[in-house]
Design a protein. Structure first.
Length: 182
């Protein structure tokens, strides 16, 4: 029995959900999103609530039941208030700046790295903090992960791009030479 899939989603003010063919469309104050519904999952909108049902108790149906509910819940939340991921840039001379629809990162390479900002995402930079914001949770998380993967935090000095409040386990450096070299 899917505990996630059985919980209905309450719709806030100004949010509407409709099913068109095999798609769910969610419209709200911040924008609109669309997502395909897995086959076999029934979606009903009644009394400002969205309900999900599955045809049987097979393992695949149970998994898709919870998945469909979680995806639509993220869409409903996203059109009400945008999702935010914050990244910290740590290192001497490491910095980021936004110009137009590109983020330029100076992360100790011989050249600055330019990354195009996808549609529906906004990026702002403030003193070593990069703020990625948008209504689609998947796009926000993926773009933040792409930025982090350019220079992930290294364990010896902690330099690199990390998520805000991410804990990086530090390693002890190499023990000094003893001077008894042969």
């Amino acid at each position: 029995m899917s505990r996630v899939g059985n919980r209905p989603i309450s719709l806030g003010d100004g949010v509407s959900v409709e099913r068109v063919g095999g798609e769910i469309r969610v419209k709200g104050p911040k924008g609109s999103l669309a997502q395909r519904v897995p086959p076999g999952i029934d979606v009903r909108v009644e009394d400002r609530r969205v309900h999900f049902a599955r045809p049987d108790d097979s393992k695949q149906s149970r998994a898709l039941h919870g998945l469909a509910r979680a995806l639509v819940a993220n869409m409903v939340r996203g059109v009400q208030e945008p999702f935010v991921r914050e990244l910290e840039i740590q290192g001497v001379g490491y910095r980021a700046e936004v110009s137009g629809r590109k983020v330029t990162l100076s992360l100790g390479f011989s050249h600055p790295v330019e990354v195009a900002i996808p549609e529906g995402i906004s990026v702002s930079v403030d003193r070593g903090m990069v703020r990625v914001q948008g209504i689609d949770k998947q796009k926000v998380g993926q773009f933040a992960a792409d930025l982090r993967s350019i220079r992930p935090p290294e364990p010896y000095k902690g330099k690199g791009v990390r998520y805000a409040q991410e804990i990086v386990r530090r390693k002890v450096g190499k023990a000094g030479a003893t001077g008894t070299g042969a």
